[in-house]
Ligand binder design. Structure first.
Ligand code: ZN
Length: 150
């Protein structure tokens, strides 16, 4: 997501765009990028400083930390803000900032909430067969055993 600095003046530039969720570069096994990222940004240049603000919206597929079900987790960054002081580059690349703000809005571990269809919210999982093996906390007990042995 790049803006040409020469396109910015004191007049504002409005950017309404969908960008691929592949920019998130999700590496965690319990997260998958799903829908594209909807960006609505306003950019302008005041003297020599560039300001960008707006909203980011997307959804990420998250594996529930309780039942291992994959569900869509909506993410909204309502107050995206970016400021760039001189010297200004020819092109301003917002990709990394967009990525960071969305990753910060993600939960460490997601759980099916009351709005997740067929989710585990309020269900007793004790007698249910889990079809997928949890990828959360692999090796977590080994770490604890090491602490215990000290
Ligand atoms: Zn669940």
């Amino acid at each position: 997501m790049k803006i040409l600095t020469s396109m910015l003046a004191e007049e504002t530039l409005v950017i309404d765009n969908d960008i691929s969720s592949s920019i998130l570069d999700l590496k965690e096994p319990h997260l998958k990028g799903s829908s594209s990222i909807r960006i609505h940004l306003t950019a302008y240049k005041d003297e020599q400083t560039v300001y960008v603000y707006g909203t980011l919206k997307t959804s990420i597929l998250i594996q529930c930390g309780r039942c291992c079900n994959w569900f869509e987790y909506p993410i909204e960054v309502p107050h995206f803000k970016f400021q760039l002081n001189p010297p200004l580059p020819v092109e301003i690349d917002l990709t990394e900032r967009i990525r960071e703000d969305i990753l910060l809005a993600l939960p460490m571990i997601g759980f099916c909430g009351p709005n997740v269809a067929n989710g585990c919210f309020g269900k007793d999982l004790f007698n249910e067969q889990n079809k997928e093996k949890s990828i959360h906390g692999e090796g977590i007990w080994k770490v604890l055993e090491k602490i215990k042995k000290r």
